[in-house]
Write a protein that binds this ligand. Structure first.
Ligand SMILES: O=C(O)CCC(=O)C(=O)O
Ligand SMILES: [Fe+2]
Length: 287
């Protein structure tokens, strides 16, 4: 509990002392942040309009052009400015999670309210349509951060699942090679280490301004960024309703690849047993 309190105090101190570089980032300006194609699709808000701007290269992974280049640049500059300030102030910077030595939590320096609107207005409508079975329709909190990969930064990211129901991952730039995101199937907690089926393997190449949306339980990792600097915006979107409901469930075959496989296998065995019983019962003569 004291950690939560300390983090609260840390945020309060930053909010009080840090002077933003780009004040425009701190409130929502849809047409300055998002590409017109993306805005139009979200404003129309039908399954057809959303599907029309997306590709789904492997089941459950959606990719679409999302952010204005100028927004990406401003966010990168803001993060750099914040990091410089933290360094000059001899503050301790909190990294996005245990897997990263670099990067910054955007919610820590004043961007929380804007990013909440970002999630509610622009991610929730998509999640509601494409991820209803993992709480996509009831997202109510987030963890937002920027990761930094390159020679003098984090190099790669190990195989993991996110602490989110739905994750938005958008490349902000700058120039880099490598850093592909690899996916290995969706798994519940019980099956997180189960083997990958061949058709679950998929590699995605990041493109600045382009978003990837996936379930938090979709196992993934990032390959080494071999040159240049790669910075990505991550928005881990959570649903407290889904988390509460999950406590009372055992079967996740509506989204876990391994629960699905086991269920199918049980059905095959059941059909086999029924056939055998039918044949043994003399019903075989009827065929
Ligand atoms: O670097 C990437 O694109 C992946 C980042 C990621 O998966 C994470 O931070 O949870
Ligand atoms: Fe991740």
């Amino acid at each position: 509990m004291w950690q939560v309190q300390r983090h609260k105090e840390y945020r309060q101190k930053i909010l009080h002392l840090y002077k933003p570089l780009h004040q425009d980032l701190y409130s929502m300006h849809p047409s300055a942040f998002f590409l017109p194609t993306f805005l139009e699709a979200v404003r129309t808000n039908t399954e057809e309009s959303l599907a029309s701007i997306m590709t789904e290269p492997t089941p459950g992974v959606f990719s679409f052009a999302m952010l204005q280049p100028n927004f990406c640049d401003m966010l990168l500059e803001e993060v750099e400015n914040f990091e410089k300030w933290v360094h000059a102030m001899k503050f301790k910077i909190m990294r996005p999670n245990t897997m990263n030595k670099y990067g910054a939590v955007l919610d820590d320096f004043g961007l929380e309210a804007m990013l909440n609107q970002f999630m509610e207005g622009f991610i929730a409508p998509i999640s509601k349509v494409f991820y209803p079975e993992v709480g996509g329709g009831t997202l109510d909190s987030h963890h937002a951060f920027v990761v930094e990969y390159g020679k003098d930064r984090d190099v790669e990211l190990g195989f993991h699942v996110d602490d989110s129901e739905v994750t938005l991952n958008v490349c902000l730039g700058k120039q880099f090679s490598g850093g592909e995101l690899y996916f290995r199937g969706i798994r519940c907690e019980n099956h997180v280490n189960s083997e990958t089926q061949h058709e679950e393997m998929y590699d995605y190449c990041h493109v600045p301004g382009r978003a990837v949306l996936h379930r938090g339980r979709h196992r993934h990792g990032a390959r080494p960024t071999t040159s240049g600097l790669r910075m990505n915006l991550l928005l881990w979107c959570r649903s407290s309703v889904f988390r509460e409901m999950k406590k009372y469930q055992k079967d996740f075959s509506s989204w876990c690849g391994e629960c699905q496989r086991e269920k199918k296998e049980r059905q095959i065995q059941c059909v086999k047993a029924t056939k055998l019983a039918f044949l043994r019962g003399g019903g075989g003569g009827m065929i």
